[in-house]
Design a protein around this ligand. Structure first.
Ligand code: NOJ
Length: 562
């Protein structure tokens, strides 16, 4: 059971093939390059790779505009290369998840081309049309600022078509059973090619009713059960990780009350409140978010992340909280994406301060769920704000201080490599960091190793302990008679806390530090006095093993004798 539900405690690493490693020297990352980096990823300790879209695409939205679901875009290699890649990953015990972008296609997809040119084509009804311009066509845009409408007139079709995202991404009519069957076929195809699941793009929109008459869409949750059942029939350990930035009240509709829908969902609620906590050194709203998203079926799991390839969305925060985060992490207009959020990478947001980065990552690794890391964040990579929109945080991986960061031998990389300032590849790269024991890279490797030895986080129930300090988060997990405790000080100043982690049980006298030698012993009244340095964090096993307790007593005896 524990090993079957691998995603309950995985370490997921997300990357896009085109920006990771270029093997053939054409300036674009490819599957052959990625294969060469599998040992790096294995060494880092990740257990699953999530690949952003790599199927044939005009690439006007970084591949989220697919023109052929059953092929690899030639710029990244061939289907054969993909199979070699999944095989190589499997040999190293790494699973592969891929993006499944089926809310919409590219307008260059043959289905759309036929749909627009022939009203009698079977593909006409695969998209969402209207004879007249719908009255609410200027509502519901996901990209306000760059997108003015959700309905566009198509001259060829002589009709309006619906697009939730950019106008070159016509929405599929996902209520159409033929479209649903095609989605299953796409899943089946990639399962056969070796993947262990899908990060499903834009799930709330996939299951929404769509059409000119639909003002307030309804979510057809049963579709999610159908997707899951299909996966389970085809391959029992396949999962769906849903991108669904929804309110906590609807989480269970997505997971399914008995866990019969989505296996995983990204926890956007926790993500946004975590950034507020980091900005304000105030964990109270984060605790609320943790509690609001606590309920989940036993077989389901949250994906916990800091940054992803999109902007940091702050839409779930109160106005004052949002302004606090903007002020702290994205004060200038060019760091923001209209009023949607902040487009920067994590390291520059945190001022490149490794203590703060470790704190943020330590939180990500210990909050309830499975951590999802973004490529380059293990190095503290920066962004290039001269690039438009979200492209600023999608620059090429920085491998070494060779030209173009060792990403490509081509003189003109298709994706720019950051080559100036403190985040330039000359300073931030994997080769340099490998040689320094305390680098971000080696720290990440160590923390991943320890995270894997604390299955309580993925399986256990958490309790927020009251330490009477809004800057310090104390989370305890209990599972199978084992308990772990995590302390995080979000304040830049040291904090002293006095706490009883035992929750009225006999254990708790000794807290065994999992990352260093300074274990903590309770005083006579059973309380621990712990000083956390500014941005400090502790990972403890509660109670500890008997021999450690004895060992501590022996050590104490030695000290007393000295
Ligand atoms: C969500 C993806 O994360 C984003 O990058 C993309 O632009 C939209 N979906 C449209 O597919």
């Amino acid at each position: 059971m524990i090993n079957d539900l691998w995603y309950k405690n995985a370490v997921i690493y997300c990357l896009s093939v085109g920006t990771y490693m270029d093997a053939n020297g054409d300036g674009i990352g490819d599957f052959q390059g990625l294969m060469r980096r599998l040992d790096y990823l294995h060494g880092l300790g990740v257990t699953a790779i999530w690949l952003m879209p790599f199927q044939t695409s005009p690439c006007r939205d970084d591949g989220y505009d697919i023109a052929d679901y059953y092929n690899v875009d030639p710029r990244y290699g061939t289907l054969g290369d993909f199979i070699e890649f999944t095989h190589g990953a499997k040999q190293r015990g790494i699973r592969v998840l891929i993006d499944l972008v089926v809310n919409h296609t590219s307008d260059q997809h043959p289905w759309f081309k036929q749909a627009r040119s022939d009203p009698n084509s079977k593909y006409r009804n695969w998209y969402v049309w209207s004879k007249k311009k719908p009255s609410h066509s200027n509502e519901g845009m996901v990209f306000p600022g760059v997108q003015k409408t959700t309905w566009n007139y198509d001259r060829e079709a002589k009709a309006w078509y619906f697009h939730r995202f950019y106008d070159f991404q016509p929405d599929l009519n996902t209520s159409n059973p033929e479209v649903q069957a095609e989605i299953l076929k796409i899943m089946g195809f990639w399962i056969q090619a070796g993947v262990s699941g899908f990060r499903m793009d834009a799930v709330p929109f996939i299951i929404s009713t769509k059409g000119p008459g639909v003002r307030k869409p309804n979510e057809q949750f049963d579709m999610l059960r159908v997707f899951r059942e299909f996966l389970q029939w085809r391959q029992g350990d396949c999962i769906v990780l849903a991108e669904a930035n929804v309110l906590p009240e609807t989480d269970m509709d997505y997971f399914g009350k008995d866990g019969q829908r989505m296996h995983m969902m990204f926890n956007f609620q926790v993500n946004q409140h975590l950034f507020y906590a980091l900005a304000a050194a105030d964990i109270r709203p984060l605790i609320k978010a943790l509690k609001a998203t606590k309920a989940r079926p036993a077989t389901a799991q949250w994906g916990i992340f800091l940054r992803n390839h999109d902007e940091l969305d702050l839409g779930r925060l109160q106005e004052k909280q949002r302004q606090t985060v903007f002020k702290a992490f994205g004060p200038d207009e060019h760091m923001q994406l209209y009023d949607r959020g902040i487009r920067r990478r994590l390291a520059p947001m945190l001022g490149g301060d490794q203590r703060r980065l470790e704190l943020a990552y330590s939180l990500m690794f210990t909050l309830p769920g499975t951590p999802v890391i973004r490529y380059g964040d293990e190095l503290g990579m920066g962004d290039d704000l001269t690039l438009p929109e979200r492209a600023c945080a999608r620059t090429a991986m920085q491998w070494s201080n060779e030209p173009h960061g060792g990403f490509t031998k081509n003189e003109k990389p298709h994706t720019p490599v950051i080559d100036k300032g403190p985040y330039g590849y000359q300073h931030i790269n994997a080769a340099i960091q490998r040689r320094h024991a305390d680098s971000m890279l080696n720290w990440t490797e160590r923390i991943i190793r320890m995270r894997k030895e604390v299955p309580e986080i993925g399986w256990g129930d958490f309790t927020v302990l009251n330490v009477r300090d809004p800057a310090v988060l104390a989370l305890r997990y209990d599972w199978r008679n084992n308990s772990v405790l995590f302390l995080h000080n979000l304040h830049e100043q040291p904090r002293e806390i006095l706490m009883d982690p035992s929750m009225n049980k006999a254990e708790g006298k000794l807290l065994v530090n999992l990352l260093a030698e300074d274990h903590s012993r309770a005083n006579e009244s059973g309380k621990h006095r712990i000083v956390l340095e500014g941005y400090g964090y502790r990972w403890y096993r509660v109670g500890g093993l008997d021999y450690l307790l004895r060992r501590a007593e022996i050590d104490q005896g030695d000290t007393d004798a000295d």
